[in-house]
Design a protein around this ligand. Structure first.
Ligand SMILES: Nc1nc2c(c(=O)[nH]1)N[C@H]1C(S)=C(S)[C@@H](COP(=O)(O)OP(=O)(O)OC[C@H]3O[C@@H](n4cnc5c(=O)[nH]c(N)nc54)[C@H](O)[C@@H]3O)O[C@H]1N2
Ligand SMILES: Nc1nc2c(c(=O)[nH]1)N[C@H]1C(S)=C(S)[C@@H](COP(=O)(O)OP(=O)(O)OC[C@H]3O[C@@H](n4cnc5c(=O)[nH]c(N)nc54)[C@H](O)[C@@H]3O)O[C@H]1N2
Ligand code: SF4
Ligand SMILES: [Mo]
Length: 720
């Protein structure tokens, strides 16, 4: 058989690029190219996507279940692994109840069918309030702000990148990250096109990033102060009578009142951005034919993350750009997701130790260390992690490292033995990506064009269970159900399918669902009942996507208000009570003196959080764990090649990189490094770096969501 090229969506970031993958006779990846016929990504690919084959072929990958006896892992059969899990979870339940078990879902669960369709079953099976995920180290403030303003935390507006005339971007660096909560393959190309058609790009960032270099204007901002800047923009829009609201809203007067004392002059003092510049930006946003404000991780993971995200969309509303072409719009994903019927409500319960709020069924990962450490009823004794590495990705990582070592039992579903999974008693590996089907259930909610693409597994499973089967069997094992066969997947699917058909009043149509297995039939049903679906006035179903393996374009974003709103009034709430209540905290912040030196993060093009450091082709070059510091600061502090950096949470010795691209008074360290501990990843160990989250402090969070604060951490820096 000659080498063959097969098509698949890249699962490695939010840009959902189409890949064309060439396999040899033994199903090994020979090469990876961008799929030129994908209507959304049009052949774009980044170094990570190009490294897909190397990731797939990494000799350090876990390929069979591992059981740890004392210090060492040994290979085991799937049945032995699941039997042990069932037995040990039963013991924890008998001794401490289900409230002593916990689950952590990491970032890649948002990129797999297994994560989308079967992780919820695992969470239900555990029947615990100890549910944690990377969301509270990431985008939760955006989802909560959207939930409060629009009634549904999945109804998140995205900048209409391809049509906007003016983009104000804060705390995002898509030239390295390829975008987030804004699914846009070839984000760099789309920004260049914006400028080429005469549009303006303004970037707000404490660093002169590659994205800032591409922009018309870059504003340095003191970390953690974006809420002051945006409030001053809101203030100006009202003060200069520039507000021009084109959608039905509540709370306009309350918003105006809340913004009254946040003048541009007040904001200047906090942000470092001149008042006249702030006024000009407000005027430009109001005057542009179309404009959008977009803010991402640099603004979410700060003390005022949720307030910031609220103000972003408040400005989009005030400038008449919400839900309007070229403004901030809502995607129309093809697959029917969870259909919520009641307005979103955060904080339905709180965490045991610190009483931090629940959101979307989760507790903040910033308190995971407390819940592991603090004795008493409800202390975590058994943990499941799926596709995550909280020791490197959550705040106070060093405490997590100790906390995990003290668990009665831990199971991890992961490709690698990493800094977190090394503590597991059992590691269950997913199969290769090319053995898994793919559909982007989550990310297409945030796409800048409506689009759908389904990829079947490119090669069959070689006796290993699918990741869906791993999660389904795990759900059965932890809840004392029969867990011996892959039938667990079909059992979950039949329940879900029956429920969806019943709700749609179509219970007699079960036999009409197409697909090679129940997972595909479930996808078919979600597509058929979706907004373009064959059972909903359109023609879309699984068959359409199988017939169009490059994906299909479903057109530009369309206005969706008021249809997508789920607020009690059916209007956009510009002044939700929980947000107004938090403004006093922001006001109090005005009195506090700014720390002389703060730490922020940064992302690297050839890296992905903690897990692409074991591929030679991806490490090295600029992909190193170094502390960026301004030469003036380094001079003043007497810092040479290495520095000692200390926060309330800990201290690290780091390699230094001088760069005037960073503001004086700010240092930047990428997260996801710190591989010196005993993992089996040989390349990563040789490029160990340090764990930035040994410095971040879990006691400081965004009050409304409990989201971790990674940007604006007070530190002192001195010579090593
Ligand atoms: N200081 C600081 N900390 C941060 C951030 C920051 O900006 N600064 N960013 C935060 C953000 S945005 C995020 S999303 C989190 C990420 O934090 P996590 O989700 O906890 O960590 P990742 O490094 O993404 O780990 C992903 C793991 O999934 C495994 N994996 C990869 N593919 C698969 C798969 O298909 N199936 C399974 N089962 N496993 C797989 C990898 O081997 C890896 O071990 O980090 C957060 N932490
Ligand atoms: N190559 C690569 N791509 C990735 C990832 C990766 O690790 N590597 N991770 C993926 C994940 S999980 C996510 S969530 C996305 C995130 O995608 P982005 O949100 O684009 O993330 P970053 O590239 O970290 O950009 C954040 C920017 O915020 C700036 N910043 C820090 N503090 C502040 C502040 O207080 N105010 C303002 N205005 N700016 C601030 C930082 O300097 C940085 O340039 O990227 C995804 N894509
Ligand atoms: S930009 Fe993201 S989706 Fe596209 S090839 Fe790179 S990692 Fe994959
Ligand atoms: Mo993330």
């Amino acid at each position: 058989m000659a080498p063959r090229s097969l098509l698949r969506t890249c699962p490695l970031c939010e840009a959902v690029c189409g890949l064309s993958i060439t396999l040899d006779d033994n199903d090994r990846v020979l090469s990876v190219r961008g799929d030129r016929d994908d209507p959304f990504s049009k052949g774009f690919i980044c170094p990570k996507g190009a490294g897909f084959g190397k990731l797939d072929d990494d000799p350090d990958l876990v390929t069979t279940p591992l059981i740890r006896d004392d210090a060492d892992f040994r290979p085991a059969s799937w049945d032995e692994a699941f039997d042990l899990i069932a037995q040990r979870f039963a013991a924890v339940h008998a001794a401490h109840g289900t409230g002593a078990t916990a689950v952590y879902l990491g970032n890649p669960t948002a990129h797999t069918i297994a994560g989308a369709l079967y992780a919820p079953a695992l969470v239900r099976a555990l029947s615990t309030r100890h549910v944690y995920s990377a969301s509270t180290a990431d985008q939760m403030p955006k989802q909560v702000a959207a939930g409060l303003m629009f009634g549904d935390p999945m109804v998140v507006p995205v900048p209409d990148l391809d049509r906007t005339d003016y983009l104000l971007m804060l705390g995002a660096n898509p030239l390295e990250s390829n975008g987030s909560l804004c699914t846009a393959p070839n984000f760099p190309g789309r920004l260049k096109a914006l400028r080429a058609r005469g549009g303006k790009l303004v970037v707000v960032d404490p660093r002169a990033t590659r994205t800032a270099e591409l922009a018309d204007e870059h504003l340095f901002i003191r970390p953690g102060t974006d809420a002051y800047l945006l409030f001053a923009v809101v203030h100006t829009l009202f003060a200069e009578n520039l507000a021009d609201v084109s959608v039905e809203v509540d709370g306009l007067d309350e918003l105006r009142a809340a913004a009254a004392d946040f003048t541009p002059e007040v904001a200047t003092e906090r942000t470092g951005i001149p008042a006249e510049t702030i006024r000009r930006i407000a005027r430009e946003l109001a005057a542009a034919p179309t404009a959008a404000v977009y803010a991402r991780i640099g603004t979410c993971t700060t003390e005022f993350g949720t307030l910031t995200q609220w103000l972003v969309d408040a400005i989009n509303v005030l400038t008449g750009n919400l839900d309007a072409p070229g403004g901030a719009m809502f995607a129309t994903p093809a697959a029917l997701g969870i259909t919520r019927t009641k307005p979103f409500r955060p904080g339905r319960w709180t965490s045991r130790v610190r009483e931090l709020p629940e959101t979307m069924g989760e507790l903040p990962v910033a308190t995971l260390a407390d819940e592991l450490e603090t004795p008493g009823e409800g202390q975590i004794r058994a943990l499941v992690t799926v596709a995550g590495n909280p020791v490197l990705s959550a705040p106070s990582g060093a405490r997590l490292d100790v906390g995990l070592a003290g668990l009665d039992f831990m199971v991890s579903v992961d490709r690698y033995v990493n800094e977190t999974t090394r503590h597991a008693n059992v590691i269950l590996p997913p199969p290769r990506s090319i053995q898994s089907p793919h559909y982007d259930f989550a990310l297409l909610h945030f796409a800048v064009r409506n689009y759908a693409r389904y990829s079947r597994p490119l090669v069959p499973l070689d006796g290993r269970p699918s990741e869906s089967a791993v999660l389904a069997r795990l759900a059965a094992a932890v809840s004392g159900q029969p867990h011996h066969s892959d039938e667990a997947v079909a059992m979950i699917d039949e329940l879900v399918i029956a429920g969806m058909l019943h709700k749609a009043g179509m219970s007699d149509r079960r036999d009409e669902l197409e697909g090679a297995d129940t997972t595909e039939q479930r996808v078919d049903l979600m597509l058929k009942l979706g907004p373009y679906g064959a059972w909903n006035g359109g023609d879309l179903g699984l068959r359409t996507l199988l017939d169009n393996p490059h994906g299909i374009d479903l057109g530009p974003l369309e206005p969706r208000l008021p249809g997508v709103l789920l607020t009690a009034t059916g209007r956009v709430d510009l002044a939700p009570q929980p947000l107004l209540a938090d403004v006093s905290r922001l006001r109090e912040g005005l009195a506090a003196s700014a720390p002389p030196m703060v730490l922020i993060g940064r992302r690297q093009l050839r890296s992905n959080n903690s897990w692409m450091h074991n591929i030679e082709a991806l490490v090295g070059g600029s992909n190193h764990c170094t502390l960026h510091i301004h030469p003036d600061d380094a001079d003043r502090l007497g810092i040479g090649e290495a520095a000692e950096i200390t926060s309330a949470a800990g201290s690290l010795t780091v390699q230094v990189e001088l760069t005037s691209a960073i503001m004086p008074g700010v240092v930047s360290l990428p997260h996801g490094w710190g591989h010196a501990a005993s993992t089996t990843q040989s390349v990563a160990r040789a490029h160990a770096g340090v764990n930035a989250n040994a410095l971040t402090d879990n006691s400081i969070v965004d009050a409304i969501t409990g989201t971790a604060v990674f940007n604006g951490v007070p530190v002192t820096v001195g010579p090593a």
